[in-house]
Write a protein that binds this ligand. Sequence first.
Ligand SMILES: Cc1cc2nc3c(=O)[nH]c(=O)nc-3n(C[C@H](O)[C@H](O)[C@H](O)COP(=O)(O)OP(=O)(O)OC[C@H]3O[C@@H](n4cnc5c(N)ncnc54)[C@H](O)[C@@H]3O)c2cc1C
Ligand code: SF4
Length: 491
Amino acid sequence: MNQDTNRDSQWREELRNSLTAKQRTSIPRVVMPQLNPQYRITCNHEVNQGLSPVQAVLEATRCLDCPDPQCIHGCPVSINIPSFIKNIERGETLIAAAVLKQTSALPAVCGRVCPQEKQCESRCIYNKMKKQPVAIGYLERFAADFERENIKINHLEPKKETVACNGINIAVVGSGPAGLSFAGDMIKRGYNVTVYEALHEIGGVLKYGIPEFRLPNSVVEAEIDGLRAEGVKFIKDCVVGKTISYDQLHEMGYKGIFVASGAGLPRFMGIPGENFVGIMSSNEYLTRINLMGAGQSGEDTPVLKGNCVAVVGGGNTAMDSVRTALRQGAKRAMIVYRRSLDEMPARVEEVHHAQEEGVEFMTLSNPVEYLADENGRVRAMKVQRMELGEPDASGRRSPMPIEGAIEEIAVDLVIVSVGVSPNPLIPNSIPQLEVSHRGTIVVNEESMKSTLPDLYAGGDIVRGGATVILAMGDGRRAAVAMHKALSEHSL
Ligand SMILES: Cc1cc2nc3c(=O)[nH]c(=O)nc-3n(C[C@H](O)[C@H](O)[C@H](O)COP(=O)(O)OP(=O)(O)OC[C@H]3O[C@@H](n4cnc5c(N)ncnc54)[C@H](O)[C@@H]3O)c2cc1C
Ligand code: SF4
């Protein structure tokens, strides 16, 4: 796909010449239509509404179709960005979607949740001109949604690529983005692929973590249906390492195993009072609401509600939790974060949306103790005020406590979102597997191969909590390497 066909080169050349670079760069970046903040906190509807066809074509027109497109180098799965964008410009949106699918199993997901500002868009040539980059993420979402809607409207089956089956069985452990991306790439190469998932839903964090108002489940389902149509089999409610073992997978005839079991183990701060009622991890809070329907009519799963909710942390998970708390009826919802806004790891758009919705940002603040009422329910948190010192190993300025600056804040629900660790079950259940001191599976960075000959791993189980697109990139690299090894009969 990196090599354009002659016909592609011809229409691209004509399109390039249809407007001057000056005309293209004078078009302002599109603004994503979104729901009004006052309305959207009353419901779970998706905040970003997607571009109209006219907006998409205009935004696509901004792209200069650079001869050496640096945006591609910013994409962990190397999407041919100018090719899909120029197809949108010339009105061939289904071809644009096909270009996306060549390297990404989940473009409608990535178009919504990838941190484009740190990846592809950060490399766009517009930045050098001190202009806003081409809205690559919005366009990715547009093309993927257009294809999905087209399939729905025309009652089509998701497109099935016909590949001769080679009869070799491959198992995938975990159905998050790493597992799905790997499964998609291996099925395209002709393998029999079965994905084992511990939960009763397929999709990993895309389903149980990221809320509906940011990533509707119907979008994730449609991408999974596409994989099903290509032949990927899914087995739910099966915990590998408990329900079935690694050895049993071998006995069942699997010749290669890709472990993508994620980092679902929440971390806590270990400060006094953290066990009080009303303090829980983001993981628990979001899983109850997103996966188990807590708070929705007709659902049995309970979830604590708070009037005054503090979410500790500054990542995407913290933003999702605090915005969920607002939608659950919180009167005051705060982010408590020990550094400043500039150091926050969350996507810029999520921070912006949270601000629009009325979330308070208590930055340079770190909880040091919780206080409870007579029933053991949290009633307040003591917060240490911080200032920024020298940069630490992460390159961000490190937070230092300001002596004596401690404040007490009334809260009745605290959601702790200070990071996650790898799910320990698989590493613990396979003694021969090399595991790092952080609990991540040790792999070769190129091939994603572990210390066991047939076991490859990728995504958060290898990186610790990272991103969707990095997990997908791992899945892609593992598929290339496992296919090569199996083709050479070296497993
Ligand atoms: C709330 C939240 C919001 C986020 N927002 C963003 C965002 O906006 N953008 C972004 O890029 N990233 C975001 N992330 C991070 C991103 O979702 C993860 O990096 C990504 O999902 C990791 O993918 P994965 O496939 O490695 O693991 P996961 O998505 O965690 O999937 C792992 C799957 O494996 C299953 N599993 C675990 N153990 C077993 C077992 N023993 N047997 C069978 N199955 C098992 C789990 O149930 C799970 O379904 C967010 C994370 C969270 C929690
Ligand atoms: S760098 Fe920007 S302008 Fe150039 S091809 Fe990529 S998206 Fe288009």
